[in-house]
Design a binder for this molecule. Structure first.
Ligand code: ADP
Ligand code: ZN
Length: 374
């Protein structure tokens, strides 16, 4: 089974295609040749992904007539920083013969590679075209659509970056076989998010297929990825810089980001923090009668079936600070998305729909966080 689906991300003159399939790394060459005819491609990847997938991707690019070079940097979120960015961009600019504006960047890896290589592409020679070949589920369903590129700063995550849309995205679900299970689970949280805010039938699918998804069955994952990319593409289209609809993608992230920050980055995974954030948001929604108690329970059950946490106690290594309601509330009030100290919450309105609320009271937030401790 080659390409399962092609999804078009509609962005006026910068629309691009996301191809999703099983065993489709060989499609990277043809996609690249369209963007950089008879040109040159530089693959940017990390030290884990390079030995696994740089070779087949290079081969595909060479077959399509491109000259190919590979640059890698050490794997891990802690390397998504200015120092690594500086090192990679200097190595890129030091290639011989020198790169030019027609050089194509191929970001091959998880979200860290996509963000860092994307930012390199956005800034080298004032902007190079790039294509993304994501290799984690999180990058497949999240970072592959939206055009956000960034590195972390000491002051916070993703604070140095640019919007830079890729020219194409090629997603091969087969590469998820080598992904550590915890990384797969991390990506499943964003899939539940998309289901709750936009697509009730996707929630049915995830419930039914949870065991197949957890065992990384490529065909099932490809279907899951295609549906999620389509949802994210629909949300992002026409709302490129995060004004209205796009904010719905923050469901579970208001509290999730606070838990990540309070726990110390790297101690708690993004997907785990977002799962807890979604549980809390559903608690608030149920308290307001926006969803029923059954619907609230259903979201918790699907998260549990995916081995995602639904209570603080499900994460035994979580530091006590990350569960402290007062501290979490304070961090949320300082979130870059909080306007004038008002914390905006995305809440489900029935399952499959969402809306933004800026009247959620401190008491509602506190009780929802306390419920996570129960
Ligand atoms: P994310 O996509 O969650 O933002 P990373 O880019 O840091 O995160 O990827 C998570 C980890 O998984 C990193 O150590 C990365 O090198 C590794 N990795 C990425 N893709 C694969 C893969 N397909 N197989 C094995 N390891 C992978
Ligand atoms: Zn997220």
């Amino acid at each position: 089974m080659p390409i399962v689906e092609t999804i078009v991300v509609e962005l006026a003159d910068r629309s691009y295609e996301v191809q999703v399939g099983v065993g489709v790394l060989a499609e990277v060459g043809p996609a690249a040749a369209e963007v950089a005819p008879a040109g040159r491609a530089v693959i940017i990847t990390d030290s884990n992904v390079r030995p696994l997938y740089a070779e087949p991707v290079s081969r595909s690019l060479v077959s399509a007539g491109l000259r190919v070079e590979v640059l890698d940097f050490p794997a891990g979120e802690e390397h998504k920083d200015l120092a690594t960015y500086g090192d990679v961009i200097n190595r890129l600019l030091g290639l011989s013969p020198p790169i030019d504006r027609a050089t194509l960047i191929v970001a091959l890896g998880g979200g860290v590679v996509g963000d860092l290589a994307g930012f390199v592409a956005a800034t080298a020679l004032r902007g190079l075209e790039f294509i993304i070949v994501p290799t984690t589920l999180l990058a497949d369903v999240d970072a592959s659509v939206g055009g956000k590129t960034a590195v972390d700063a000491p002051a916070g995550k993703n604070l140095i970056g640019a919007f830079h849309q890729p020219r194409a995205v090629v997603i091969d679900a087969a590469v998820l076989k080598t992904l550590p299970p915890a990384e797969l689970i991390n990506g499943l949280a964003e899939c539940v998010k998309h289901a709750v805010i936009r697509d009730r039938s996707l929630l049915d699918f995830i419930e039914r297929q949870a065991p197949a998804l957890l065992s990384a069955e490529a065909e099932m994952l490809a279907k899951l990825i295609a549906r999620n990319v389509a949802i994210k593409a629909a949300v992002v289209a026409g709302d490129e810089r995060e004004a209205g609809e796009r904010a719905h993608l923050n469901f579970g992230h208001t509290l999730g980001h606070a838990i990540e920050a309070a726990g110390g980055y790297g101690r708690v995974r993004h997907g785990q923090a977002v799962a807890l954030g979604m549980v809390a948001a559903c608690r608030i929604a149920a308290g307001r009668g926006l969803i029923t108690a059954d619907e609230e329970r259903r979201v918790r059950e699907v998260l549990s079936a995916l081995s995602l946490p639904v209570r603080f106690a499900d994460l035994p290594d979580l530091p006590a600070e990350a569960c402290e309601p007062g501290r979490l509330r304070e961090i949320m009030a300082h979130d870059k998305k909080a306007r004038g100290g008002v914390v905006r919450f995305v809440l489900p309105v029935g399952l499959g729909r969402a809306a933004i609320f800026d009247d959620v009271t401190g008491q509602e937030v506190l009780s929802a966080i306390e419920a996570l401790s129960g």
